[in-house]
Design a protein around this ligand. Structure first.
Ligand SMILES: Nc1ncnc2c1ncn2[C@@H]1O[C@H](COP(=O)(O)OP(=O)(O)O)[C@@H](O)[C@H]1O
Ligand SMILES: [Mg+2]
Length: 372
């Protein structure tokens, strides 16, 4: 076989493998690719997906690539997730260092080192796993919401009963000091003690927060969970969603469950705000963005918004303008503020927003914040 025939044979083999292949030079520029790589380029509508893949690999590894030596692995079977505008895609990526002895290289094997990037798409098997996971998540979050409701209701009861009991105790103190009405006084003291004991019992019945360890959490995954979990409500309310994730987002250090519950509360609030009779504009925009030191999530709706004078008040516990009963305890935003603070982050209602409501959550990127 002539060299030319061999070359075209190799090229057609490389083009027909169902794996994204790209060969990168020292400056991480693509010098050779295959059909699957070009297809990915088209799908993602971007010039060089290799840079994006390497970013995601580096974020996943949490450290740099393996040492550059011929035949060595820069990384191996690293699972990455890319979030284009449509559905998320998963790839299992490997990188191998190869040396190319360009014309001038001698027998000692000198020549430039290249990185051969191979990415095999694993979206289909992930999609199956996702279905099972979502069903489990739905059940888990419903149970957690029930417990959260119980916690908040008991806390509210304790808070509300403590006020009058304290007033009664101080009045009793005055009465006792004056030494009047002894028999009625002792009956009242007993009633007061019984009231205090009842409050303590209630306090003891408040369910504790479940213990969850901190991990590297990808907020794109969290937001997608939240959007999946609320799809039913949004469809029923005729709300359209614009989901704009940053394709590869730095992770944050945190409690996945608590973060998921926080963002679900924000999306639920947005749905509540737009799902009022006669309200025409029903659009939800969810955006994620991440830089070197922080990650930002924005939940914007086209509802009536929050008046400027209430922008701080809405974060107070038990503040609600919604109809009492059932779901609206007025604790969604106060709990969200607590979660953000526990992650060394901030949550705020964007004052610049005209029209609807824009809630912005900023959390430190993984490795930047202090431990919560
Ligand atoms: N997206 C939003 N648009 C308009 N108002 C909102 C929005 N989110 C929250 N609010 C206001 O903030 C209040 C407190 O929200 P929250 O703490 O979640 O309690 P709840 O939803 O139980 O009323 C709501 O009652 C509502 O008045
Ligand atoms: Mg709420």
């Amino acid at each position: 076989m002539t060299a030319i025939h061999r070359k075209s044979l190799i090229e057609s083999v490389v083009d027909s493998v169902p794996i994204v292949l790209a060969l990168l030079d020292g400056g991480e520029r693509v010098v050779l690719d295959n059909h699957e790589y070009k297809k990915l380029m088209g799908d993602l509508r971007m010039a060089e997906p290799a840079a994006l893949i390497l970013d995601a690999v580096r974020a996943g590894l949490g450290h740099g690539l393996g040492p550059a030596r011929e035949g060595g692995h820069a990384f191996s079977e690293c699972e990455i997730r890319i979030e284009p505008r449509g559905a998320p895609r998963w790839f299992s990526c490997s990188g191998t260092w190869v040396r190319h002895a360009d014309g001038g290289a001698d027998a000692r094997g000198d020549g430039a080192l290249y990185l051969l990037l191979a990415a095999k798409e694993t979206t289909r098997s992930h999609a199956e796993q996702e279905k099972t996971r979502m069903a489990a998540l739905q059940a888990m979050m419903a149970e957690e919401a029930r417990i959260d409701g119980l916690r908040e209701t008991l806390s509210a009861a304790v808070f509300q009963i403590e006020g009058p009991i304290n007033v009664m105790a101080s009045v009793m103190g005055t009465i006792e000091r004056r030494g009047c009405c002894a028999p009625a006084g002792s009956a009242l003291t007993e009633a007061l003690d019984a009231g205090k004991a009842a409050v303590e019992n209630l306090r003891g019945a408040i369910p504790e927060h479940s213990q969850e360890s901190q991990t590297a959490v990808n907020l794109n995954e969290i937001m997608r969970d939240v959007l999946d979990l609320t799809t039913g409500r949004m469809l029923a309310a005729g709300i359209t969603v614009q989901w704009r994730p940053q394709a590869v987002l730095p992770s944050v250090n945190g409690h996945a469950r608590r973060l998921r519950a926080m963002f679900k509360a924000l999306v639920d609030n947005a749905i509540d705000a737009m799902n009022t009779k006669g309200w025409k504009s029903r659009e939800l925009h969810v955006t994620t963005r991440g830089g070197g030191s922080s990650v930002e999530v924005r939940v914007e709706d086209s509802g009536p918004g929050i008046p400027a004078e209430l922008r701080l008040k809405v974060f107070e516990p038990f503040f609600s303008t919604r109809k009492a009963g059932g779901r609206h305890l007025g604790t969604g935003l106060s709990a969200a503020a607590q979660v953000a603070a526990d992650h060394d982050g901030v949550i705020e209602i964007d004052p610049a927003e005209s029209g609807g409501c824009s809630v912005r959550v900023v959390l430190p990127a993984h490795g930047r914040g202090t431990q919560a």
